[in-house]
Design a protein around this ligand. Structure first.
Ligand code: NAD
Length: 263
């Protein structure tokens, strides 16, 4: 299947590692030019160089914090300056901290809203005018399985990702007639550095090994294993492609069967 991504320009936020990087690599393999951002300039530079070397596509790395509206504006302006347009936006950021209601402060709620919800809003605001002018665009938000089945102890993530989903579902209708789709992709437990760090941290607290702790996650997954970032990135590439032209307003999980609901 030709995904029609060869002449497209994709901005992948928080793309220096983990799921964002895997999506960037997949889009580059399909021939898309890339704009990547992350906060740490050195890691970002390593990632952009590695992807450009592996695939031969043009990759622009712009250090930026997606919680800061001014930095997001500058990020998108740099991408447009370099490539002339942004056709595809993949929103992404680190996850908010774990915690139950009585452990979380107001400040943590506000930080989480900036990280998870407002970052997606800032990015969409900057890329939409160009997409509307060209009557073609793809916005894909990386959310979480928590949207369809809340995860215990992740109150901030469960709440704010639901907000992103409401935002995306409403925006999808507002821009559908202009050739722009807005969808969400929901990672299940996927083997990234962040997940491996989390397993080590939780294992230490419980006095067990990291692999024993990961085994607890695997036991909840019908496929009996964690996902690989590439398995996630394959669906992301399809959803932002020319071929997904009639799919909008949807949330699709890549979770090995973890979500138990019917739809
Ligand atoms: P990760 O920690 O490996 O990568 C996160 C990336 O975000 C890094 O490149 C980091 O530099 C960047 N980042 C963080 N805050 C940023 C900011 N304010 N501005 C710019 N860049 C920022 O995480 P991951 O495992 O790839 O997960 C990506 C997202 O998916 C997270 O929101 C995570 O909570 C969510 N998620 C992951 C899983 C999983 O199993 N990996 C499951 C469900 C949801």
């Amino acid at each position: 299947m030709d995904l029609g991504l060869k002449d497209k320009v994709a901005l992948v936020a928080a793309g220096s590692r983990g799921l964002g990087r895997a999506v960037a690599e997949e889009l580059a393999a399909e021939g898309a030019s890339l704009v990547l951002c992350a906060r740490d300039a050195a890691t970002l530079a390593d990632t952009t160089a590695a992807i450009a070397d592996q695939t031969g596509v043009h990759v622009l790395g712009v250090p930026a914090d997606v919680t800061d509206a001014a930095q997001v504006k500058q990020l998108v302006a740099s991408g447009i300056d370099r490539f002339g347009r942004i056709d595809i936006l993949v929103t992404n950021a680190g996850g908010p901290p774990a915690g139950r209601f009585d452990q979380l402060t107001q400040e943590q709620w506000e930080d989480a809203a900036r990280l998870t919800l407002y970052s997606a809003v800032h990015l969409a605001r900057e890329v939409l005018p160009g997409m509307k002018a060209r009557r073609w665009g793809r916005i894909l938000n990386i959310t979480s399985i928590a949207v369809k089945q809340p995860v215990e102890n992740l109150l901030l993530s469960n709440s704010l990702r639901a907000a992103v989903t409401g935002f995306a579902r409403t925006l999808a209708n507002e821009v559908a007639a202009e050739g722009i789709t807005v969808n969400n992709i929901l990672p299940g437990y996927t083997r990234t550095e962040r997940l491996e760090d989390l397993a080590r941290m939780m294992a230490e607290k419980q006095g067990i090994s990291a692999s024993e702790f990961s085994g607890k996650w695997e036991a909840e997954i019908p496929m009996g294993r964690l996902g690989e970032p590439r398995e996630f990135a394959a669906l992301a590439a399809f959803l932002v492609s020319e071929r997904a032209s009639y799919i909008t307003g949807t949330s699709i999980q890549v979770d090995g069967g973890w979500i138990r609901s019917l739809i």
